[in-house]
Design a protein around this ligand. Structure first.
Ligand code: ZN
Length: 467
């Protein structure tokens, strides 16, 4: 998608004329307590949608620093850049909070068919995988259609490079093949494990992602091959013997020093009560981590920047947390929980964006029925950005550990995810896949939820009239 700034501004001002200038929802349909929030909400929407700032900031981040794998110099340089930008934005208490992160490096890698006829396979090693010896591993290929066949053909699998060729259905049903195949194949004697990429059919694009070794089993190298290559390998193997050579320079290095990025709009009345919004700042080392999850970082950051620019300071503190090491360690999420243990009970709400910043639909929410009622009312303010749906469950990997420890109400930004798993963890995860107006809508939606929840006279989930 190309973004013509003029076309964008005329679209945005068209929206302003058709809706934003008018009250978003007539006062008759809003609960009385919500009426005073209509005006600041309209200002937040107007400020977000009249500019392409969010998209341009994401483009600058991803064009300049590229992918931000934990342990990489690019991640640390990007963190320093973000901290500088946040200070320039005028946010409060901008700081890095130290985290030791996983430091895995991919190295050089390749997968070749040696026979029946030489050819190269489109592949990506899986994150946290061990490497091969320098000269690689040469072995016959065995293709299986799942774990049952892996077990039933274990005699053939022993000594082979096994491809676990399971078609993608949806992420959560299929991702287990990526995370567990190396251990399962290793246990039946395979010398390396290949998985069919976990993602929508693309253009011969392999998808990386983390793999996990069971502590008691052998650690064999693991890689994903593109959907097209998985199908071709399966056809070749059905015709006769296939021999492969896998070379992976992957290495796990000692943990590296990094930081979660934290910034705030300090509350004007109850600064110790906190609404957290956030996303993860690290990414895989292919593509530029624009969709996963640079966009989530920028739209949650925008919530604070917009409040600051409009001089909106809610009663409670709104805190932005950009976590590190979500992809291959989750250390940022764990460090936040441990470093903020004593104040987790003062966390009123945690909101995460890690499903892309496409056209927003609303938010998932997990919490009490009373809190849900309040959020469903607040969502009335989001109809003009199309984000007024409050779905049955919310949360995310980075807020998860804190939410679980202190039973904090949890939200996740929900967007049109139809293309998310096309780009997820691939070289095609770049900013041009995202639309500036959709990002602006996401930013406005996050800003309004964060502002209103932080400003309510009563704490979210408490009856009105209580403090
Ligand atoms: Zn992510």
């Amino acid at each position: 998608v190309q973004h013509s700034r003029r076309a964008f501004l005329s679209l945005a001002s068209g929206l302003a004329l058709s809706g934003i200038a008018r009250p978003a929802t007539s006062s008759e349909t809003l609960p009385a307590w919500l009426v005073s929030y209509r005006e600041p909400s309209s200002r937040l929407i107007g400020a977000a949608l009249s500019d392409t700032f969010a998209w341009r900031r994401l483009a600058e981040l991803t064009d300049t620093f590229g992918p931000r794998l934990s342990g990489s110099p690019a991640l640390e340089d990007a963190i320093r850049w973000a901290l500088r930008q946040m200070r320039t934005d005028g946010l409060d208490h901008v700081r890095g909070e130290p985290v030791m992160v996983t430091h895995w490096v991919r190295g050089e890698e390749s997968l070749d068919v040696l026979s029946p006829y030489p050819s190269r396979v489109a592949m990506l090693g899986l994150g946290n995988s061990v490497g091969t010896p320098r000269e690689g591993i040469e072995a016959p290929l065995v293709v299986v259609s799942g774990f049952e066949e892996l077990e039933s053909r274990r005699a053939e699998v022993a000594g082979s490079i096994v491809l676990i060729n399971v078609p993608y259905t949806d992420y959560f049903s299929t991702v287990g093949y990526r995370t567990t195949s190396a251990s399962r194949a290793g246990r039946v004697g395979a010398v390396a494990a290949l998985v069919r990429s976990v993602g929508l059919d693309g253009l011969r694009t392999p998808h990386t992602g983390v793999t996990t070794y069971q502590s008691d089993g052998p650690r064999i190298p693991a890689a994903a091959v593109s959907v097209e290559d998985a199908s071709r390998l399966a056809r070749l193997a059905a015709r006769g013997p296939v021999r492969l050579r896998l070379v992976m320079g992957a290495q796990m290095l000692p943990d590296a020093q990094s930081s979660n990025i934290v910034a705030e709009i300090s509350g004007r009345e109850k600064p110790d009560e906190i609404v957290v919004v956030g996303a993860h700042f690290d990414s895989w080392d292919v593509g530029t981590g624009a969709i996963d999850d640079g966009g989530g970082c920028i739209v949650t950051w925008e919530a604070l920047r917009l409040m600051r620019a409009l001089n909106l300071r809610p009663r409670r503190t709104v805190r932005l947390v950009l976590f590190v090491n979500e992809e291959n360690g989750l250390r940022g999420a764990l460090a936040y929980r441990d470093q903020h243990k004593s104040e987790l009970s003062n966390h009123v709400l945690m909101l995460e964006s890690d499903s892309g910043v496409f056209r927003p639909r609303g938010f998932g929410f997990t919490g009490t029925p009373d809190a849900r009622d309040t959020l469903e009312s607040i969502a009335l303010l989001l109809s003009h950005v199309g984000a007024d749906r409050i779905g049955p469950s919310g949360g995310g990997p980075d807020i998860g550990p804190s939410v679980a420890m202190a039973q904090i109400p949890a939200m996740s930004l929900e967007t049109d995810e139809s293309k998310y798993f096309l780009y997820h963890h691939t070289a095609a995860d770049t900013v041009d896949k995202l639309d500036a107006l959709d990002m602006a809508r996401c930013a406005a939606a996050v800003a309004i939820v964060a502002y209103v929840v932080a400003d309510l006279p009563q704490r979210l989930g408490q009856p009105a009239g209580t403090q």
